[in-house]
Design a binder for this molecule. Structure first.
Ligand SMILES: Nc1ncnc2c1ncn2[C@@H]1O[C@H](COP(=O)(O)OP(=O)(O)OP(=O)(O)O)[C@@H](O)[C@H]1O
Ligand SMILES: [Mg+2]
Length: 332
């Protein structure tokens, strides 16, 4: 990645050449897929990096690796200057407080037999040492901060008595109860009614300032990535296709895949014709060659099929992996 977007002093998360492989079930020789293939990224303190890409592009897998819910096959994840794969035992538990994950389905991460209050009480007691009146006050403060009011009514309820939006607010409160620095929010609004999505994004945005948080915000939706993300990273077939400041990426997309994503966004003024586009998914097999987007790219050439395009900075802070740009640029 270029010097221009790497500012050592303010870096919180640095990922270098991350590779994640999964075994494929089947008879005979053991095979693997590589849904994350040499991904590098950077999240600065206080920054929201939006990670965009279609289903199966490896977004959740990257998010899970960053909070150490899974161990990468290769590559480095460095948080606050320390390689997180070296953490074990107590240090690993501590890291897991620092980095929290919020999931698409809040119900799945809540305990149906525990009250709202106990979801935040336990982590506040265990990890932050609150007790007595201070604990009670902190529970109230947290529930107010995430908009779960009136607190006295809500704290005695159970998750099934909340609306979808309220449940996601509770999942956020629980993540905050351990005082994290970094949150991976994996499509946190996609299961919610459209009318309440903006409220959850607004809340996450407010909390960013109040708690000094950084986010990896995973989404399919470029409009919300543009709203919440400081920068957007576009992923396809487990590889980074493009990274830029959010406004710049939407205004001036360079990678053909990003252009197509934008063209497919409702209300887009793009002139790109999507009618003949195949729906063929990217090849994730181990040892695949060339650009992952070759099956669908309108600009495909032999070079694209043979060689993976390197990520190159073509404008200040705007990085793209495409043979049609950068030092090996093709004319088209
Ligand atoms: N534990 C696992 N074992 C085997 N394959 C897996 C595992 N987790 C994910 N995969 C595969 O890895 C690929 C990437 O999955 P991932 O969930 O990261 O995609 P995603 O971009 O988050 O997709 P979506 O937008 O649908 O959530 C998919 O082909 C998926 O089937
Ligand atoms: Mg996912």
């Amino acid at each position: 990645m270029s010097e221009a977007i790497v500012k050592e002093s303010s870096t919180l998360v640095q990922v270098e050449d991350l590779v994640i492989k999964f075994p494929v079930r089947g008879k005979g020789e053991k095979k693997f897929i590589t849904p994350v293939d040499r991904v590098s990224l950077e999240i600065k303190k206080g920054e929201v990096l939006a990670l965009v890409g279609e289903s199966g592009s490896g977004k959740t897998t990257i998010g899970r690796a960053l909070v150490r819910l899974l161990t990468p096959t290769d590559g480095k994840i460095i948080v606050e200057g320390k390689a997180i794969d070296e953490y074990k035992g107590k240090a690993l538990n501590e890291y897991r407080q620092t980095a929290q994950m919020i999931f698409q389905d809040p119900f799945g991460s809540l305990n149906p037999v525990k009250t709202i209050e106990s979801h935040v009480k336990f982590p506040l007691k265990k990890h932050q040492g609150y007790k007595g009146e201070a604990l009670d006050q902190k529970i109230t403060d947290l529930l107010v901060q995430v908009g779960l009011t009136p607190v006295n009514e809500i704290r005695k309820k159970y998750p099934h008595e909340l609306s979808g939006g309220q449940r996601q607010r509770l999942a956020i409160a629980r993540a905050l109860a351990v005082n994290p620095q970094f949150i991976v929010a994996d499509e946190p609004t996609s299961m919610l009614d459209v009318s309440i999505r903006a409220g959850i994004l607004q809340l996450m945005n407010d909390l960013k300032d109040d708690f000094g948080l950084s986010y990896l915000y995973i989404t399919h939706d470029l409009a919300s990535a543009r709203y919440f993300g400081d920068r957007i990273m576009v992923l396809y077939g487990g590889r980074v296709m493009e990274i830029a400041e959010s406004k710049e990426l939407i205004k001036n997309p360079l990678n053909p895949y990003t252009k197509l994503l934008l063209a497919a966004t409702p209300g887009s003024e793009s002139q790109i014709d999507l009618t003949n586009m195949t729906n063929e998914p990217p090849d994730l097999t181990e040892g695949r060659q060339g650009c992952p987007f070759v099956h669908r790219c309108p600009l495909v050439t032999d070079l694209c099929k043979e060689k993976v395009p390197a990520l190159e900075e073509v404008e200040d802070g705007h990085v793209v992996a495409c043979h049609h740009y950068g030092s090996q640029a093709l004319t088209f």
